[in-house]
Design a binder for this molecule. Structure first.
Ligand SMILES: CC(=O)N[C@H]1[C@@H](OP(=O)(O)OP(=O)(O)OC[C@H]2O[C@@H](n3ccc(=O)[nH]c3=O)[C@H](O)[C@@H]2O)O[C@H](CO)[C@@H](O)[C@@H]1O
Ligand SMILES: C=C(OP(=O)(O)O)C(=O)O
Length: 454
């Protein structure tokens, strides 16, 4: 019997109640249907975009995750009226927007990386912005130099204070010519959210083109922005005088969908992910098939299961349209059950394989190469910060006592524990609510055997 104590993400700013622990009895395949809603990596940014409108915006399919709660409370601290119209539908009215104090912002910034994206909209609206220390998953240094350099190019003055960063734009913001050193998702969004109301035109080269960015561009276009997406990662933005509110349904969360797909592989289960779509998951689906997974694309979602014994693969994480870094952690759990040697090259972040230590504790055979490894099959250019994991399987997994390190790592520990024989204790599960809506409810629906303690 499962004991569900709290499945709501409506905890204070941060990563939810990080103290909760799951006791999982593994060895049972996950079977059934789960629904995915709007993407964490779009919904939170669309919420920030509402600050740019002269009228209220409506965002649909908003997931009940703690990152959304963080952004909601940050908007409220800035005087935005946020209302729940119905389950998963928010109305965001920025007409009363005001400046907030650094302490207030700090108290609400929590574990999310979104506060940095308030800069452009607040500079346009109020002429100043404060940015606290950023959260997000601890998977590398995660500097914000591209963001600050871009904001300076628009004419912002950046003051680094002991308590955070203060930005001002006494002369207003003007269009800029920017080339990112790497196609950063956040820095691309920073440029979009700033350029749409800057005076003149902005050309952004080496932009990120993830589906969530394209959806943010769609949101901004609904608001009145003029943005063209040109060949070779160039985005061209013509600044406009004013923007209005939008009505938008957030793109589905392809990272959550890929996570449940990996869970079906790892536990030898059969999961229908309602709301998942093929286009945004093409790269994932190719790898899923090569590993020995089988899937059926339906109108309303995708069904994932094994198609036979699991096979080893070589995967390189990359920017879109490559294999998303957020997919590799759950996939590695499934690869522990593949027959032979798999290699996962992590090229986006410099420290995203540390989570494998706990999988080794559960019986997996994984060796991490902290400086990466060369391979003739490689297609993604090497980066100075990359690492690689070599996974040899299949190895039976057994129960262990593990602590969640980050969002995807935490999810991976839960599916490893579900695939393992015996009982596991997974501590600190609140972080998982940063990105997985109704996580415990979904596990229950899929037949997982667990209970929760504070
Ligand atoms: C909330 C959100 O949307 N998070 C996603 C976003 O994170 P986020 O937007 O933080 O990721 P970025 O694409 O910016 O980061 C990619 C790489 O660029 C580096 N970098 C980035 C900015 C900067 O100013 N300087 C710098 O060096 C980072 O350290 C990292 O090595 O994209 C990542 C890559 O798809 C995903 O894993 C995250 O789920
Ligand atoms: C790294 C992630 O998110 P964030 O950038 O919000 O930490 C993630 O979603 O896996």
């Amino acid at each position: 019997m499962n004991t569900l104590l709290s499945d709501s993400a409506s905890t204070p700013a941060g990563g939810g109640n990080t103290g909760q622990t799951l006791r999982i009895r593994g060895g049972r395949p996950l079977r059934g249907r789960v629904e995915v809603k709007g993407a964490k990596n779009l919904a939170t940014k669309a919420m920030v975009a509402a600050l740019l409108g002269e009228t209220a915006s409506i965002l649909r399919d908003v997931p009940d995750i703690s990152d959304v709660h963080v952004v909601r409370s940050l908007l409220e601290v800035h005087g935005v009226h946020v209302e729940d119209l119905e389950d998963g539908v928010l109305r965001l009215d920025p007409s009363g927007a005001v400046s907030a104090h650094m302490e207030e912002i700090d108290a609400h910034a929590g574990a999310s990386r979104i506060p940095i994206l308030f800069c452009g909209p607040l500079l346009h609206l109020l002429g100043q912005a404060f940015i606290p220390d950023l959260g997000g998953c601890r998977i590398g240094d995660r500097p914000i130099d591209f963001h600050l350099d871009a904001l300076r190019s628009f004419g912002a003055i950046v003051d680094k204070l002991p308590s955070g960063i203060r930005l001002s734009a006494p002369g207003g913001l003007h269009g800029a010519n920017i080339e990112l050193p790497y196609p950063s998702v956040g820095a691309t969004e920073q440029v979009l959210l700033t350029a749409v109301r800057a005076k003149g035109t902005t050309e952004l080269r080496n932009a990120a083109i993830e589906p969530e960015i394209m959806d943010l561009i769609a949101v901004l276009q609904k608001m009145g922005a003029i943005i063209s997406y040109e060949p070779n990662r160039v985005i061209f933005i013509e600044g406009v005088e004013s923007l209005r509110g939008y009505d938008h349904r957030a793109i589905f969360d392809r990272n959550e969908a890929a996570s449940w797909a990996a869970a079906a592989l790892a536990t030898d289960g059969d999961i229908f992910v309602g709301g998942a779509k093929q286009q945004e998951m093409l790269t994932f689906l190719n790898v899923f098939r090569k590993v020995g997974g089988d899937f059926d694309i339906a109108e309303d979602g995708i069904r994932f299961r094994r198609g036979g014994p699991l096979k080893p693969v070589m995967v390189e994480t990359d920017v879109h349209p490559g294999f998303m870094t957020d997919w590799q952690q759950p996939l590695i759990v499934a690869l522990t059950q593949a027959e032979g040697e798999s290699v996962v090259h992590e090229t986006v972040y410099e420290n995203r394989l540390g989570f494998t230590r706990a999988l080794v504790q559960m019986g997996a055979d994984i060796v991490v190469h902290p400086d990466g490894i060369a391979s003739s099959e490689r297609r993604v250019p090497r980066r100075a910060l990359e690492q690689a994991a070599v996974i040899n399987g299949p190895t039976p997994l057994h129960g262990a006592d593990v602590v969640v390190p980050d969002l995807r790592g935490g999810y991976s520990y839960v599916i490893a524990a579900l695939a393992a024989e015996g009982e596991s204790t997974v501590r600190n599960i609140g972080i998982i609510r940063r990105g997985y809506e109704k996580f415990l409810e979904k596990l229950t629906d899929l037949g997982a055997d667990f209970d929760v303690t504070e």
